[in-house]
Design a binder for this molecule. Structure first.
Ligand SMILES: CC(C)(COP(=O)(O)OP(=O)(O)OC[C@H]1O[C@@H](n2cnc3c(N)ncnc32)[C@H](O)[C@@H]1OP(=O)(O)O)[C@@H](O)C(=O)NCCC(=O)NCCS
Length: 208
């Protein structure tokens, strides 16, 4: 059984964290930058791990962790993508900052070898769940205008474009699209998350 686990990153994972940052963003944050997140009560730095089996189902279900238990007998078959790892391997990162009643999503990244398999959705789901747990009211983020995959993912989760920062990214001169998702403190958002989780699991089973 393939198992995906999303949990808070701790200091021993930081080398893997910066490696994913390097692969996805070319080195956006340094290891010290990530270390600062670990010490901040207003920050959730989440990792997505893949493994052959979970760390013990009751432990996962009883804790704050999120798990996606996916049975994938033909893991990776026919997709051209490498199979998920048999030992626990960090394959994704997500970060949010809680600022007043807002969740600022600052990082969302899936190891390029594992993109397009439904994992970004799982991680974004976990960030929104975390924001809901913190009783934040809305979520926001900035994304490169050219990053159509990320924009499409965010729209899928109800984010809407609210404006642009012109020529925000110095390397290419492109705009940042500012996106917002409201209503995350509402009781119905929890129902929404439950339904989404089921769909994400179905997607993971299909794609992995
Ligand atoms: C953006 C990112 C996190 C998405 O993760 P992912 O695991 O590849 O995405 P998923 O497989 O979960 O797909 C989620 C949705 O994204 C969109 N998407 C994914 N791959 C896509 C593609 N090749 N073309 C168009 N849309 C795509 C779709 O809306 C998809 O939903 P669907 O499968 O129901 O159609 C990942 O591509 C990534 O790490 N990119 C580099 C870092 C980055 O740009 N982060 C965002 C910064 S704001």
């Amino acid at each position: 059984m393939r198992f995906l686990e999303i949990k808070q990153i701790t200091a021993e994972h930081l080398n893997s964290v910066v490696e994913i940052d390097r692969l996805c963003f070319g080195g956006l944050w340094t290891i010290e930058g990530y270390r600062r997140e670990l010490g901040s009560p207003n920050s959730d730095l989440l990792g997505l791990w893949a493994s052959e089996t979970g760390a013990g189902e009751s432990e996962i279900l009883d804790s704050e962790l999120e798990s996606f238990d996916i049975f994938t007998p033909q893991n990776g078959a026919g997709t051209g993508a490498p199979p998920l790892q048999t030992t626990q391997t960090l394959i994704g990162l997500g970060c949010l900052w809680a600022i007043l009643e807002e969740a600022h999503i600052t990082i969302l990244a899936i190891d390029p070898r594992f993109q397009g398999r439904g994992l970004g959705q799982a991680l974004l789901w976990a960030l929104l769940k975390s924001a809901n747990r913190r009783q934040l009211e809305r979520a926001t983020l900035e994304v490169r205008a050219s990053n159509s995959i990320a924009v499409s993912l965010y729209k899928k989760f109800g984010f809407q474009e609210a404006g642009r920062r012109k020529r925000y990214y110095a390397d290419t001169g492109e705009d940042a699209v500012i996106m917002w998702r409201s209503g995350i403190e509402k009781p119905e958002f929890q129902q929404y998350l439950a339904i989404e989780k089921q769909q994400i699991c179905d997607r993971l089973i299909q794609k992995n």
